[in-house]
Design a protein around this ligand. Structure first.
Ligand code: ADE
Ligand code: ZN
Length: 328
C-alpha cells in the first residue's frame, strides 16, 4: 500500500499507449448508441467477458473489432479526452499516444476527423487538466505497404499535430524494413520514428537489428527479446535507445506470465526502459499506476529504480526542451 502510494505520487510520462486500446466497454456502448450501431453484446459485462485472447492475432481481432464504433470527430475527441483525464488522475504529466489511422480510413472516416478530434482533446486536456501530450501515427504493419503510405500521405498535411510515426499490429512476416520508405519520408518531414519489436519467435532478433542498426529508429516499443543478443544490447546502448516496455501486454497476450522477467533483465543489462500500459481497456482496465504496482512486485523494483524509470521517460520524450527541463 505504501508502494502503491509512492507510485501514484510519482510524476510520470507514458509513451506506449494505443488510443484505440483505451476504448472502454462503457464508451463503446455510448458511441454505438450515438452512431446508431448495433453491438453483438447484451451489456458491458458480456462485452468484457469476450475479451479473451491467447496470442497477438487473437488480441488484435478483438481490438480492431472494438474500434469500429469510432466514426466522428467527436468520437475521437471523447476517446482521447477520456484517456488524458485518466492520465491526469494518475499523475501522468505527459503522454505520446499511438493511433491506427489505416483502420479508420478503411471505414471511410477522414483523417481530418481522426486527428482533428484527438488534437482538440489534447488542447482541452492541456488547458483544463494540465496534462500535455503528442501523437504518433502508427502503420498497421500487416496491411500493405501502399496502404501505410496512403495513411502517411493523408497524415502529412497534419504534420504539426504529429510527433512521430510508429509500427504496430501483427509482426509475423512484417519486418521493419517493409517500411523503410515510409520512415525515410516521415524523417524528411521532421518526424521521429519508433517501431514495435515483440514477435517473440524466430525472426525477432533480425527485426530488432533492422530497427536499431539498419533503420536507426529513435525508440523501440517492447523489445525485450534484445536480452538474447549481447551485440544488439551494445548497439542499443551506443545509440542511447529507450525501450517502451509493457509488462501487462507481454504477460496477458501470451496467456501466461513470460518465463523471463524482461523488466528486471533490461534494468540489470543497463538498458534504458520505461513502463507503459499499451491497451488498458483490453487488459483489465489497468492503467499506468496499476501496471507499475504489478511490475514493482514482480520485478522487485526499488523506489530508486521507480524514480529512474520515471526519469527515463522524461528523458526519452519528444517534447519541447523547456518543458522537459521543467519536468526533470
Ligand atoms: N496494436 C495495439 N496494441 C498492440 C501491441 N501491443 N502490439 C502490436 N500491435 C498493437
Ligand atoms: Zn503496443
Amino acid at each position: 500500500a505504501d508502494m502503491a502510494r509512492f507510485i501514484a505520487a510519482l510524476p510520470k510520462a507514458e509513451y506506449h499507449v494505443h488510443l484505440e486500446g483505451t476504448l472502454e466497454a462503457e464508451m463503446k456502448f455510448a458511441l454505438a448508441k450515438r452512431n446508431g450501431l448495433d453491438l453483438p453484446f447484451a451489456d458491458v459485462a458480456a462485452m468484457k467477458a469476450s475479451y479473451r485472447y491467447h496470442d497477438l492475432p487473437s488480441f488484435l481481432a478483438i481490438y480492431y473489432d472494438g474500434m469500429q464504433v469510432l466514426r466522428t470527430q467527436q468520437d475521437f475527441y471523447d476517446l482521447a479526452y477520456a484517456y488524458l483525464a485518466r492520465a491526469a488522475s494518475q499523475n501522468i504529466l505527459y503522454a505520446e499516444m499511438f493511433f491506427d489511422p489505416q483502420e479508420h480510413l478503411k471505414r471511410g472516416v477522414p483523417m481530418a476527423a481522426v486527428i482533428g478530434g484527438i488534437t482538440r482533446a489534447r488542447q482541452d486536456a492541456a488547458a483544463k487538466l494540465g496534462v500535455r501530450s503528442q501523437l504518433i501515427l502508427c502503420f498497421v504493419r500487416d496491411l500493405t505497404a501502399q496502404s501505410a503510405m496512403a495513411a502517411l500521405d493523408a497524415g502529412l498535411p497534419f504534420r504539426d499535430q504529429l510527433v512521430a510515426v510508429g509500427l504496430d499490429s501483427d509482426e509475423k512476416d512484417n519486418p521493419p524494413t517493409k517500411f523503410a520508405a515510409h520512415f525515410a519520408k516521415a524523417r524528411a518531414a521532421g518526424l521521429k520514428v519508433t517501431a514495435h519489436c515483440d514477435l517473440n519467435q524466430k525472426d525477432i532478433l533480425d527485426h530488432l537489428r533492422q530497427a536499431i542498426v539498419e533503420l536507426q529508429v529513435d525508440r523501440i516499443d517492447h523489445g525485450g527479446n534484445i536480452l538474447e543478443s549481447p551485440e544488439l544490447i551494445a548497439a542499443a546502448k551506443a545509440r542511447n535507445l529507450t525501450f517502451t516496455v509493457c509488462p501487462t501486454f507481454s504477460g496477458t497476450v501470451r496467456g501466461e506470465a513470460p518465463p523471463v522477467d524482461v523488466v528486471r533483465g533490461m534494468i540489470d543489462a543497463g538498458l534504458t526502459l520505461t513502463i507503459n500500459s499499451d491497451d488498458p481497456a483490453y487488459m483489465g482496465s489497468e492503467y499506468l499506476n496499476d501496471v507499475l504496482v504489478k511490475a514493482q512486485a514482480r520485478s522487485a523494483l526499488t523506489r530508486k529504480e521507480l524514480v529512474m524509470l520515471s526519469r527515463n521517460a522524461f528523458n526519452a520524450g519528444w517534447m519541447d526542451e523547456g518543458y522537459r527541463a521543467a519536468c526533470l
